[in-house]
Write a protein that binds this ligand. Sequence first.
Ligand code: BGC
Length: 755
Amino acid sequence: MQQFYQKNDYYKVEGRKQTLKEEQLCSLLSSMSLKEKIGQLIQLSGDFFSTANLSIGPIKKLGISPEFVKLAGSTLNVVGFENIKRVQDKQMEVQPHHIPMLFMSDVIYGYKTIFPIPLGFSSSWNPDLVEKAFECAADEASASGVQVAFAPMIDVVRDARWGRVLESLGEDPFLTSIFAKSMVEGLQKNLPCKKGLVACFKHFAAYGAVEGGREYNSVDLSLSNLFQNYLPPYKAAVESGAKMAMTSLTTLNGVPSTADKWLLTDILRKKWGFNGVIISDYASIQEIIKHGFAEDNEDAAFKSLSAGVDIDMKSPVYASGLEKLITNRKLDIKKVDSAVFRVLRLKNDLGLFENPYFGASTTREKTSLLTPQKRELSRSLAEESMVLLKNENNALPLNNKEKMVLIGPYADNHALNGMWAIHSSKKDTISIHQGIKRFVADIPTEKGTDLRRDSKFLENLGFLSEQEIKNMVSSEEENRNNLMKAIKISQKADTIILALGEETYEAGEAGSKTKLELPKNQIHLIDELSKLRKKIILIIIAGRPLALENIIDKVDAILYCWFPGSEGGNAIANILFGFKNPSGRLTMSYPRVSAQEPLYYNHLSTGRPQNSSKGRFVSKYIDSPADPLYPFGYGLSYGFVNYTELKTDKYVFTKDSTINVTVKLKNNSDFDTTEVVQLYIHDKVAEVVQPVQRLIDFKKVKLKRGQELTIHFNISSSQLTFFDNRGNEKLEPGVFDIICGTNGKQLLTTTIRLK
Ligand code: BGC
C-alpha cells in the first residue's frame, strides 16, 4: 500500500490494472490532512491552471489561497488531451498523496459533433436515438479527457421565456423522465472501457419553474406540483444509475436548493437511495449568502455541506469556511470524510488511480471526433427533431424544378449550434445554403436583413464584443440594400425559402426574454417578401418556442428547426426536398402572443373553462384566445394519418390488472410516414384536482403509404397515481378518460373505471 502514496510513484506504474479496494480508499482518506480533504471538495475553472475559462457565470476573483488551488480535486471545462495531461501531471505532482483530479465539463448536446438542442431531442420522441447521441458525445469528450458531463439537464419547464428551455426536454414530466433515462444510459454505457462519461443530472430541483421565466429567480411550488411534475425526471436519472447530481441556483419554497437538507438528503439520498456525488452549481454555495440564507462563507459552508453538497463549484466557501468549522468543532469531521470518500470513490470507479488520463489520448482525439458516422447520427436526430408547423396546400416537399431563392440571416450562416455547444466550432457546421446546394447547385441567396438590428439588445446578451456587434448590425443603407437585393432575386422565383430566427445567445443560460415574437426587422422582411405573392417556406432556427401568430398567415409552410447542430443544413435540405418525412412533434406549447406564458398542456381545469359559456365571465383573455397556437404533441408530416376505433378490452379494472387499449391508424397519403401515437389520461375526480390531460405513453411507428396499423397500449394502475399535497403518491378508484391521437388536436376519447 505504501508505494501508492510515495511521490511520483503510484500513478506512474506501467500497466497497473487494479483499482483500489474499499479499504485502500479508507486508508488513503485517513492518511490525508484536513486541508487535503477540503481540497477534494473544491472545483476550480481552467484559468486557475493556466488554461482557458470556458465556463458560463459571473467573472470575479475568488480569493482562494494558492495552497487550495494546489489541492483542488476537480476542474471544469478544461478539455483536450494535451491540456488535461499537463494539468493532471502538475496537480498530482504537487499534491501530497498525488490524487488524480476529476475533469468535468458541459457536454450538453455534443462535444465536437453537435446534435440538435435537447428541446429538439424530445421533439423527436425517439429516446433510442438520443441514447446513441449521448453515447457518441461521451465517446468524443472522453477522447479529449473529459470524465464527467454536466448533463443531462432535466428540468421540466412550462415557460418559454426562460432561456434554458433550450437545454430542456420541454413541459412534460413523463417524457422528460424517458429521455433522462436514455441520456444517462447513453453517457455512462461505455464507462468500463473509458469511452463513456459520468452523468451529472441537473439542476436539482425544479429550476425550470423560476417565476416569470426569469433566470435565477425564485421557485415556489405546492408539494403535489413538485412531486408530480418536477421531481420524476431526477428520480428517473437516479434509477438509471447516474453517478452525480448538481443542485440548482435557485430557492425552492424559500430554501436555496444548494442548502436544502430535505431535498438533498431526505429525498435524494434517503428516499431515492442516491449514493453518488452531489456538486453545487456554479458559485451557488456562495450565493446562498445573497439569497439571505447564510450569514457568511463559514455559515454557507456549514449549511451546504450539512445539507449534502459534496463539491463546491467555483466558489471560495469550502476553501475558506470548512477548516474553521472543523477546528472549532462546529461541524463533525465525519461529514467532511463522507463527502471526500464519495469523491475518492468516484475517482477510483473511473480507474483514475491506475490511469489518471482516463480515456484520453492524442490517437483517440484524432480518430474519434466528428467522424462520418457521428455526423450521420447528428443528421438523423436533427431530421427527427424538426417540426413542420404549417404546410398549406402541400407547399412542401419542394420539387427541384421550382425556381427557388434562399433568403434570410440564417440562409448562409454556420451558427446553428446554439449557446451550449461550447466546445464546437462553427466551421464544422453545415449551413442551410450548403445543405440546399446538394439539391439546387446554384440557388440565388441573399440575407435580406440582419438577425437583430438592435445593438443595445445584442450588447445586453453579454457575450458579444463591440466589434462582433458592429459586424452583425449593418448600416441603415446596407440594410436597405440587403432588402432590395432579396426582393430583386425573389421576384424571379416561384418559391422563397426564408431562414429566420433567434441569435445564438438569445436562448440558453441567462437568455430569459419577454418578447417571443420575431424581431421587427425580420417581420418586415416577411412582410415585404409576402407582397410578391410567391410561395414562402419559412425555416426557423431558435432555442425556444416563439410566438408566431403575427406571421403565420404570411407564409405557406413553417419548418421549426431548433438549433439543429453540426449537420443542420443537410438535415433541413433533406426534409425540404422530401428525402425525409418530418415526424417531430412539439414538446412545449406554442403561445400565440408572449404574454400567454407560462403555457402548458397539462394544466388543471378551472371552474369556468374558456369555452364553457359565451360572454365575459370565463377563464380567458379579453384580447387573445387562451389556448396555444400549436399545442403540445403537435406536428405535421407529409401525408396524413387517420385515427379511428379507440377501444379498451374492458371498462372496469382493478388495481392488479391491466387494460389493453387499441387504436387504428391508416396512412391515407402517398408518402411513407412516421407517426407519434400519444396516449393521455384524465382522472375525472381526485383528492387533488388532476390535469385536463396527462401523457402516460407513446409509440413512434412507421406506416407505408396506404398502410393500416393497430396500435396496442397496456395501462396499469401504476400509471394512474398522483401526488397529494404532502407529496404522497396516491391511487384512487374512479373514472378516467383515455385520450389518444396526434397533433394535440385530433384526439379520440374513451373511458375506463378503476375499482
Ligand atoms: C450552469 C450549469 C453549468 C455550470 C458549469 C452554471 O452556470 O447553471 O448548468 O453546468 O455553470 O458550467
